[in-house]
Design a binder for this molecule. Sequence first.
Ligand SMILES: C[S@@+](CC[C@H](N)C(=O)[O-])C[C@H]1O[C@@H](n2cnc3c(N)ncnc32)[C@H](O)[C@@H]1O
Length: 340
Amino acid sequence: MYSNKFSRLMFGQFNLKPTSVCTAVWTAAGRRGFSWTAVCKQRTLWMRRGACLQMERRDELRHTGARSVSQSTVDPAELRRFQLLANKWWDEQGDFAALHAMNDLRVPFVRDNLLNVHRAHHLGKPLAGLRIMDVGCGGGLLTEPLGRLGANVLGIDPVEDSINIAQLHSSHDPDLTDSVSYRACTLEELSGVEEGEQGRGMFDAIVASEVVEHLADLETFAFCCNSVLKPGGSLFITTINKTNLSYALAIVVAEQLLRIVPRGTHDWEKFITPEELERLLESNGFSVQSVQGMMYNPMSGAWSWTNSTAINYALHAVKQSDEASDSIFHPEDHATATHN
Ligand SMILES: C[S@@+](CC[C@H](N)C(=O)[O-])C[C@H]1O[C@@H](n2cnc3c(N)ncnc32)[C@H](O)[C@@H]1O
């Protein structure tokens, strides 16, 4: 799914000018009886349907006043898919090759943004003293390097087999014994835990890298992120934009035309634009600090930063202080209000 073969389509075409991308996609599509116009039309219909669903959902929230943490972020179909891939996490040339390579960007992205806020006191371990939660950690590809930078990192993932692999892999490095731990659970399970070792308000940062596009409910995700972070804590997200290009490459070409990815691997409906993500986070008590485009070069197998967020992007947001987020609605307030 994240192999070089897939990435070549998913990310690689991005190196071409948009027109050549469109031409390539159009040509490929045309051969299979699709047209670029049809692709765009279908995507527009999806967008309209998505917008209607979102409006209905917002209306529902407004009427019930509820931002429910009882909703789950879990999409069982996604978990089944990752379950089947659980033994492939550490094959650097395999299905997750592009995620391995992405560490070159995302590790410094997290480190440098955290160091802007927290001064480093430990040479060689710049993140020492910080607690980070890696949500949807999979096999621990990002958890481990953050642990090596000195942070105390908790990796969580609902797929137990992935967590077992992550635990086994990190156990081979004595340097990680004290800094990295894993738990098979969801974010909402942890955010329900009262303040304590792993509960609410305990983390300096959350990373959710290539995860939000696999979740069932982003509102719940954002709410729970706020709940487990300390005020001023950082949220780092990397994900796929919801554009014509991402639709064409991830869905039409990769899944429907070339079938190098099983149909249904990515649900374009679940992709999110930086603007939508920013709105969602701001309505959940975050202030977005930066959004940066990322691109993958399939020839070199390397990622680099780019000004365009058309396909992949990284976002850094900060949880606002309690006073600033007093206007945010909390489910307990609703319970109190309705009981009075
Ligand atoms: C594309 S992988 C990314 C893994 C890891 N973040 C990385 O970049 O190496 C997506 C991960 O999200 C996990 N996931 C799916 N649904 C989730 C949920 N509701 N909560 C937390 N993680 C979830 C999957 O099990 C999978 O490990």
